[in-house]
Design a protein around this ligand. Structure first.
Ligand SMILES: Cc1cc2nc3c(=O)[nH]c(=O)nc-3n(C[C@H](O)[C@H](O)[C@H](O)COP(=O)(O)OP(=O)(O)OC[C@H]3O[C@@H](n4cnc5c(N)ncnc54)[C@H](O)[C@@H]3O)c2cc1C
Length: 338
């Protein structure tokens, strides 16, 4: 349940491996259309192997920033940039490097490979995508099925329920409160603020070239505490600048998790950092991505100004399957990379 990256990947993977055509997948998504937040996803070589196994290689290769071989590459150039005169610390190298891809491209690739009726995908496990289906409850029936209740939609049943409904998961809450010892899991019901704020922005490479033609981010992938990497075949750069406050880890966060902020707030937060970093966040960009031919599965993105994300974590869960209910992706543990 949930058509984020985890739910979509599971549906595509089941179809890829279901030689005996045993599965029929129903993907229930609360939103009325598929959209995504954030601009970049980094894929390590091991994950690339998994993506190949489930048949995404051909679709993804043109969308990557470099060809997925095992050549040693710089993953991050690490700099101390939070002072007027920044300096390089080291280059982190890895065989195969790290593959960067725009989230919208990544999600669209999974959608293209969903075995939906009427699509051209080779079908083993037929998949139905049900938009505007917000799950609010599940129960085990006397016949051994699982009944699913949604907001303003009829009840339906399934044999196996996989909760891939993200960090605020409804399935996780129901699942944990129905375990034999629910009091042990009270601290896992809600996400907690990690104490970190991510300011992020998409920077148009050509705009940056105009104001600072020698900027190292044009040719090198990263800065310390601020991660910069190319997306959309190098046309844009994803900039994620992190402000951490360890004393706030675990504190309650009041307010929106993601919101637009002014460029002034972004600049103020990183005041005193080296000029090269300041140049990077002064570039403004506005991008609109509207992907043809996949209606109603429209991916939208428009970033007229920077956004600020209060990054949340989940306490580490020691159970993610019970009877025929499973938790997957961010519903079982958050995977923000910092
Ligand atoms: C700043 C940042 C950078 C990151 N960078 C990387 C990276 O480089 N590489 C990487 O691998 N990961 C990265 N991550 C982590 C990655 O983004 C997440 O792990 C991933 O998006 C989680 O996917 P998901 O499908 O589990 O959850 P989600 O993407 O949250 O999807 C859950 C879906 O379920 C739906 N839903 C919710 N509730 C219900 C309900 N009750 N009924 C039906 N549907 C429901 C939602 O609408 C949503 O579509 C990053 C995260 C952050 C914050």
């Amino acid at each position: 349940r949930g058509a984020g990256i985890a739910g979509l990947a599971l549906a595509v993977a089941l179809n890829a491996f279901d030689d005996e055509q045993k599965f029929a997948v129903d993907l229930y998504e609360a939103a009325s259309e598929l959209s995504e937040t954030g601009a970049g996803i980094n894929v390590w070589p091991r994950i690339w192997q998994c993506l190949k196994e489930i048949g995404l290689e051909e679709t993804l290769i043109p969308l990557l920033d470099h060809y997925p071989d095992l050549e040693p590459r710089i993953v991050f150039e690490m700099r101390k940039a939070d002072q007027e005169n920044g300096f390089k610390i080291t280059d982190a190298m890895k065989e195969g490097g790290i593959l960067s891809i725009h989230r919208a491209d990544f999600q669209r690739s999974f959608i293209e490979h969903l075995p939906l009726l009427g699509s051209n995908v080779k079908m083993s496990s037929i998949c139905n995508l049900h938009l505007s289906h917000r799950l609010i409850n599940y129960d085990f029936t006397a016949t051994g099925h699982i009944s699913l209740s949604f907001v303003d939609k009829p009840i339906t049943t399934c044999d196996i329920l996989v909760g891939a409904d993200g960090i605020k998961s409804t399935v996780r809450r129901l699942f944990l409160t129905r375990l034999p010892n629910p009091e042990k899991y009270e601290m896992f019901l809600d996400p907690v603020w990690s104490g970190s704020m991510a300011y992020r922005e998409l920077v148009d490479k050509n705009e940056l070239k105009k104001i600072d033609p020698g900027h190292r981010a044009l040719d090198h992938p990263g800065l310390m505490h601020c991660v910069v990497y190319p997306v959309s075949g190098g046309k844009f750069m994803n900039v994620v600048a992190m402000a951490h406050d360890k004393s706030k880890k675990g504190a309650a966060w009041e307010g929106l998790w993601n919101q637009e902020v002014t460029q002034e707030e972004f600049l103020e937060k990183f005041k005193g950092w080296e000029d090269e970093f300041q140049a990077l966040i002064r570039v403004r960009s506005c991008i609109s991505v509207h992907i043809k031919n996949i209606r109603p599965y429209v991916l939208r993105q428009c970033i007229p100004q920077p956004t600020r994300w209060a990054l949340h974590d989940l306490n580490h869960l020691d159970v993610f399957a019970n009877r025929r209910v499973f938790l997957l992706g961010d519903s079982v543990g958050s995977f923000h990379v910092y």
